[in-house]
Design a protein around this ligand. Structure first.
Ligand code: ZN
Length: 149
């Protein structure tokens, strides 16, 4: 089997930040890397789950809402993938992500976290999710932005 593009990225040197990971026709996959890979510091499952609910809600209500294909967590718990239609401008996407992170921090309830709305509604942690969002926001504001392929 062919090795998929995201496995070809050198995870020994990848840092926290936002990266254009791959392009499939008009779908642009962005790597929102919260944690440097394999450094012993990973997102907690409950916090990741909460970030997924917060960010997905905010981005799907943003000016970019018509471009959103998908937002979801990486299995390695070091970040998220954001898939957008027709969004090649990395700096604009970064600006949008920063705006969305700031809006996430304003929320004091977790959207879609009732039993009827979520597959594991007890697995959430708003306080820790916000701590991770604050850290990631400061990483993005420090200007780390690259294209990995
Ligand atoms: Zn859920």
């Amino acid at each position: 089997m062919e090795r998929i593009i995201s496995f070809c990225i050198d995870h020994n040197i990848l840092k926290e930040g936002i990266y254009l990971n791959r392009v499939d026709k008009d779908v642009f996959t962005y790597d929102l890397r919260f944690k440097a890979p394999n450094k012993g510091d990973y997102l907690h499952t409950a916090s990741m789950h909460t970030i997924e609910h917060l960010f997905a809600t905010v981005v799907r209500n943003s000016d970019f809402k018509d471009k959103v294909v998908y937002f979801g967590p990486m299995g390695c718990r070091t970040g998220f993938y954001l898939l957008l239609f027709d969004a090649p401008d990395v700096s604009k996407v970064k600006e949008m992500v920063i705006n969305c992170l700031e809006k996430c921090l304003e929320l004091d309830t977790i959207p879609g976290s009732k039993k009827i709305e979520c597959g594991n509604y007890r697995s959430h942690n708003l306080k820790n999710a916000k701590e991770e969002l604050v850290k990631y926001l400061s990483i993005l504001k420090d200007g780390n932005i690259e294209k990995t392929n």
